[in-house]
Write a new protein. Structure first.
Length: 240
């Protein structure tokens, strides 16, 4: 079922196992300033969720935010055939048979490499440079001061099974918002990652929603910055 997080933003979760670990997965629904609904990282939906979505507005955007989170997007597209299915350029190359309508790329809306844009009405978006094999876009909803990420950062706590907690401790994502092991493996150019994090740090967010783990409801921005500083081994100063 959809769960309201703040004004015009909701989440829905479902079980998900990765490498034998229960990590769960989450989709985020944002009602844009023009009333359209944008669904980020879709999960498997049932009639109850579809009914809830329809009561909130019209689903106009279905977003696969990186090259891995697309498993349920095709089904979502069949439920909402008039919605635009957005995906990254690497996902389109990886799975050309997917019913992708538009590609999230550095050319979208004629933006320059690594520059943020208002991809949807009232929602900022930015591609995280330097992590090419993950090819992830992050989103910022200013109205609720919420940053939405998918696989670049995890945050697990005691609500997860003990084995998942143990793995999170080993990987540095237990009760702390930290770049995920996928991010660490995929990072090719730390300086470009740092530049992207600096841009994200200019956004006025407090909450962080990720696809795997427990939502950071408050003080998410300093935790996000500190996590990346540990990973990058250098200070991430906010640009003014």
């Amino acid at each position: 079922m959809l769960r309201e997080i703040d004004r015009d933003i909701w989440v829905a979760e479902q079980p998900f196992n990765y490498l034998g670990l229960n990590v769960g997965t989450r989709m985020t629904v944002i009602r844009c300033a023009n009333g359209e609904l944008a669904v980020i990282s879709p999960i498997q939906v049932d009639d109850a969720i579809v009914h809830q979505l329809n009561s909130l507005g019209t689903v106009c955007h279905i977003i696969a935010p990186n090259r891995f989170h697309y498993l349920f997007a095709t089904h979502f597209k069949t439920v909402y055939p008039k919605a635009t299915f957005w995906a990254t350029s690497s996902l389109k190359a990886k799975n050309p048979e997917l019913p992708i309508d538009r590609v999230l790329s550095n050319e979208t809306n004629n933006i320059l490499n690594g520059i943020e844009c208002f991809l949807f009405d009232g929602v900022k978006a930015l591609t995280l440079s330097g992590v090419n094999s993950l090819d992830e876009w992050v989103f910022f909803h200013p109205e609720s001061r919420t940053l939405v990420v998918t696989d670049i950062a995890f945050h697990f706590d005691q609500s997860f099974p003990l084995i998942s907690q143990f793995a999170a401790r080993m990987l540095g994502s237990y009760k702390t918002l930290s770049p995920s092991f996928l991010e660490k493996i995929a990072t090719q150019e730390k300086e470009k990652v740092k530049e992207s994090v600096q841009k994200i740090s200019t956004w006025d967010f407090d909450r962080v929603i990720m696809a795997h783990g427990t939502i950071v409801q408050t003080k998410g921005k300093p935790q996000f910055i500190e996590g990346y500083e540990r990973f990058l081994g250098s200070s991430v100063k906010e640009k003014t």
